[in-house]
Design a protein around this ligand. Structure first.
Ligand SMILES: NC(=O)c1ccc[n+]([C@@H]2O[C@H](COP(=O)([O-])OP(=O)(O)OC[C@H]3O[C@@H](n4cnc5c(N)ncnc54)[C@H](O)[C@@H]3O)[C@@H](O)[C@H]2O)c1
Length: 162
């Protein structure tokens, strides 16, 4: 069944892992996929695999995020799905006693502020076209699983859940 036929899906962090798997699955379901990543080689590979478009962007850069959705709108004329998936879990994201302020700030920027930026810049397009937006912050840690033993990640995740 082609549940996403005629739909345009923008996936950040599409170059790897969950983003890549989502891009391929949505393409299988008929969506036009836009793979967004700061890793050009990985993003281009996934765009090719999914028959979609690659747009390079660092999701912590507001101007870059704004350009992503403007380009998608210019190419496809609509945006139906925004999967704000890009995120990091660097090795220095550790116990709160070990995590330095730079690592803390970087994780909040990439895992939380980026979600704000993506929602802020995609929702006007979705509202304009009507039909009900689909914008998801990011896959969260399953509620039944114990949280990972890290300090910056849970607050960033909690910020995405409301
Ligand atoms: N893998 C897990 O078990 C798990 C569990 C819970 C939540 N998550 C979250 O799900 C998301 C994806 O996880 P994953 O395991 O697939 O990660 P991954 O590292 O395999 O993929 C993340 C992708 O995001 C891209 N990226 C990183 N920073 C970026 C930036 N500033 N701008 C644009 N692209 C950027 C990377 O280049 C990479 O392609 C992350 O937000 C992660 O925190 C993952």
């Amino acid at each position: 069944m082609q549940r996403f036929e005629g739909r345009v899906a923008v996936i950040t962090g599409a170059g790897s892992g969950i983003g890549r798997a989502t891009a391929l699955r949505l393409a299988e379901e008929g969506a036009s996929v836009v793979a967004v990543d700061l890793d050009q080689a990985a993003g281009e590979r996934v765009a090719k695999e999914s028959g979609g478009l690659f747009v390079a962007a660092d999701v912590t850069d507001e101007a870059a995020v704004e350009r992503v959705y403007a380009e998608v709108k210019a190419v496809y004329g609509r945006i139906d799905v925004a999967f704000n998936n890009a995120g990091i879990s660097p090795p220095e994201d550790d116990s709160i006693l070990e995590t330095g302020l730079d690592a803390w700030r970087r994780v909040q920027e990439v895992n939380l502020t980026s979600v704000y930026l993506c929602c802020r810049h995609v929702l006007p397009y979705m509202r304009e076209q009507g039909g009900g937006p689909s914008s998801t912050p990011r896959r969260s840690w399953p509620p039944w699983a114990p949280p990972p033993p890290r300090s910056p990640t849970p607050p960033a995740r909690a910020g995405c859940s409301r």
